[in-house]
Structures are given as C-alpha cells and as structure tokens.
Design a protein around this ligand. Structure first.
Ligand SMILES: Nc1nc2c(c(=O)[nH]1)N[C@H]1C(S)=C(S)[C@@H](COP(=O)(O)OP(=O)(O)OC[C@H]3O[C@@H](n4cnc5c(N)ncnc54)[C@H](O)[C@@H]3O)O[C@H]1N2
Ligand code: MOO
Length: 394
C-alpha cells in the first residue's frame, strides 16, 4: 500500500497544478454561484440615513409622555422636509427617513390619534432612539462586503447589490468534458440487453456539478478501444476532462494508456482512499484530467473529494474543499485499514448507522445514505456513542 498517495496530499497536488480560469465581468444579477475574483467594497452607506424601524410617529424622546401635534409624514423614499420641534411629531413608516429634530419612534400600537393631536396610549418607547436604525448600522461606504475568492451566495449577492455593486469581476464558467468508458454500457433509458448495463456515472457527475458554474461537454460513452479513447482525449477542448471507468489494472482498463498516447502526462495514480483507490490525475497541456474509477460509488466519492474541489478552485474559490461536520455513532466501528474510508451511513435521530455492506458497486445503499462517515487511515476502533466526522450528502 506504500505506493498509495494520502488523500490530502493528492488533493493539494491536484489544485496546485491548475491555476484558476480567466476573468470576466458580469452584471451582478447574472453572477449567482460564481466566486468573486476581486473584493467587493460598499459604494454607499447602509442605511444612508437614520431610518424608522417601525410604523408610528417620529418625535423627541425628551417630550414624552406627550401630547404632540402631528405636522407631516415621512414615508420610505419620500422624506419629510421640515424639522420636528418640541411638542411636534411626524407620522412615519418603516424604512422612512427620520426627520430632522426627531430622535425616537413611538409605535402606532401605543399611540392614539385625533386629527393632528397625538397622545400616548401605552408604555411608549423605552429609551432614546428606540425604533430607529442608525445611519451605517449595516455597513459604511468603503467597507469590504465580499472578499476575493468568496462565493456569490444569495446573501452575498444581496449585500453587494445593496452596497451599490453593478458589475462584478468573476471567473468565467469552467468547461468540463465528461466521458464514460466501457463496452458494457448503454445510455440510460435506452433498451438494454442481457450483457449490458445502463450508464449512470455521467448523470451522477452532471447532478453533482449542477450547482457549480460549469459548461458540460459530453463525450458520451466510449468503447474499450485504445484508438477511439486516444482520439477523443487528444481532440477534446476543455479546462477539465473527467473520465470514469477503465482506471484500474485490467486488460480493458485503457484510459491511462490512451491519455499517454493523446499526449497527456500522469501526475498521480492510486490514492489511499476507499472507495476510489484507482483515481488518476494528470494534464494534457492546459487541460487538467481526472480519471475516476468506474464503480459508481467510487465515482461519487472521488467527485466529491476531487472533481468538485478542482472545479471550484478553477472557478476561483479560495476555499474549495468539502466541509465536514460531526455525528454520534449509532454503532461501534472496527479499526480502519490503511486507506481513508468514506462509509455510507444513514442518519436516524442524529445518530449515524453504517450500511452493512460497503461494496463500491452498490448504488442503493448510496441512495439511502444521508452522509458518509469519514475514517482516517488506521483510525482505531470506535465505540457506539462516540463522535465521528461525517460528510453530508444528498
Ligand atoms: N486486480 C485488481 N483489480 C481491481 C483493482 C485492483 O487494485 N486490482 N481495483 C479495484 C477497484 S478498488 C476499483 S474501484 C475498480 C475500478 O476499476 P475501473 O475504473 O477500471 O472500472 P471498470 O472496471 O471500468 O468498472 C468497474 C465497475 O463499474 C461499472 N461501471 C463502469 N462505468 C460505469 C458507468 N459509467 N456507469 C455505471 N457503471 C459503470 C462497470 O460495469 C464495473 O462493474 O477496479 C477494481 N479492480
Ligand atoms: O477503490 Mo475501489 O473504489 O474500493 O472499489
């Protein structure tokens, strides 16, 4: 097993070998899911003025307990243009600017109004500046809102838009070519014979990459023929080529020889990982290549651990690695072997229960799993009730 590369080392080598793809500028409304390529700074202060946080009356705290004379109205976008003097109040709505002279808002539920006469009908605002959002409460002009390398999530897009961002600098979409290999494979949904198998790895890859900014170049199902594979690998134009199957040592495992014949160099092959040991990484010119094992669960795990982080890295992510969390083991686990193990498990009442058979061909256990329990190489036996690292899936 000494020739197997530890997972973290393989991941680091993979990312180090490929710089992010080129830049483009997009309207912020089209940048969802991209990674910011430059910091986004606030071009305005938010709120730009002191605003009312409630519907009610703007007045001076010192004038409590009233009564007041209502001298006008301030609505969001339509401020009152006068000033509030002692004994005066302005009708105000949530998000409206506080008029000059007023410092506190009396909520309308605690007020009684008769014409322009306003009286207290409740406890009133508890303190000076109650129900007022101070200018700059959220952020001030010049503040950093999104850092370079951070993902433009819903919340970050919203804060950037509020900060006045129009166009944003991002990395262009990543072109990912995907190919399945194997003479036994037929397209899903097409007639299948006694010796054929519906192909599922390309669909699995597409689904796992669906939330990333990728353009998929589908090379289809390629037969176990050196000449066909070599031609496909030599002519494909992408940032990343992902193959599945043919990665092992059998006579029909031709992906590596075909890649070499197509001019690609192999950086590493075989990782201390279960499932997913025969993973291969290399490059042909500018194009990165990942050869995933054909077993569907191996393809799934290596996509989570290698393909997705590489795509995120190419797309400009500062922190592209999958994020794990912890769960309580619902049962004991034996000592782990020399490979990092990703075990399919179901989560029931916050406890993780591993599937009894972890064969890397078994998709139903994967479909039923809520997480993968991550076991470090040579992890000692674990008791029921101990905490374990998990990777949420599905
Ligand atoms: N002598 C050895 N044999 C194997 C080793 C080894 O070290 N020595 N490693 C085993 C491990 S671990 C794995 S994982 C597999 C992976 O091998 P390949 O990448 O060459 O995969 P294939 O042989 O092409 O296929 C394996 C299995 O998966 C099915 N398959 C393949 N592609 C698809 C697809 N796109 N959709 C659905 N199913 C697919 C295929 O029919 C096979 O049943 O090698 C072990 N062998
Ligand atoms: O590394 Mo393989 O994926 O265990 O079956």
């Amino acid at each position: 097993m000494s020739d197997l590369l530890p997972v973290a080392e393989a991941q680091a080598r993979l990312l180090a070998a490929s710089p992010p793809v080129g830049l483009e500028t997009l309207p912020i409304t089209e940048a969802v899911g991209r990674w910011a390529a430059a910091p986004i700074l606030a071009r305005r202060t938010q709120p730009a003025h002191d605003l009312s946080a409630m519907d009610g009356y703007a007045l001076r705290f010192a004038d409590l307990p009233g009564p007041w004379r209502v001298i006008g109205e301030s609505a969001a976008g339509r401020p009152f243009d006068g000033a509030v003097n002692s004994g005066e109040a302005v009708r105000i709505f949530t998000g409206a600017e506080m008029p000059a002279g007023a410092d506190t808002v009396l909520v309308q539920e605690e007020a009684a109004r008769d014409g322009d006469r306003l009286t207290l009908n409740g406890e009133g605002p508890p303190r000076y500046a109650a129900n007022v959002r101070r200018k700059g409460l959220d952020f001030s002009k010049g503040d950093p809102l999104v850092a370079a390398g951070e993902r433009l999530t819903a919340a970050r897009l919203a804060v950037a838009a509020t900060g006045g961002a129009g166009d944003v600098s991002v990395r262009r979409r990543v072109r990912v070519a995907i190919a399945a290999t194997g003479d036994e494979l037929v397209e899903p949904g097409t007639p299948f014979g006694a010796h054929s198998l519906p192909e599922s790895n390309r669909l699995l890859l597409r689904a796992l990459l669906a939330d990333l900014p990728v353009d998929i170049i589908d090379l289809g199902i390629l037969p176990d023929r050196l000449d066909v594979l070599t031609r496909a690998f030599a002519t494909v134009d992408a940032d990343l080529l992902v193959t599945t199957g043919g990665a092992s040592v059998g006579d029909h495992d031709l992906v590596q020889p075909a890649l070499r014949a197509a001019g690609a160099g192999i950086d590493f092959w075989r990782v201390a990982l279960r499932p997913g040991k025969p993973l291969m990484a290399g490059r042909r010119g500018e194009m990165a290549v990942l050869g995933l094992p054909g077993n569907p669960v191996s393809a799934f795990v290596t996509t989570l651990l290698f393909v997705k982080p590489l795509v995120a890295h190419l797309a400009g992510a500062a922190d592209p690695m999958p994020v794990t969390t912890h769960a309580v083991l619902g049962e004991a686990l034996p000592t782990n072997g020399p490979r990092t193990d990703y075990m399919r498990a179901e989560l029931r009442n916050g406890r993780a229960f591993v599937a009894s058979i972890q064969d890397s061909s078994m998709l139903l256990t994967l479909a039923r799993a809520g997480c993968l329990i991550v076991r470090a190489a040579h992890d000692p036996a674990r008791a029921c009730g101990e905490s374990a690292e998990i990777l949420m899936i599905g």
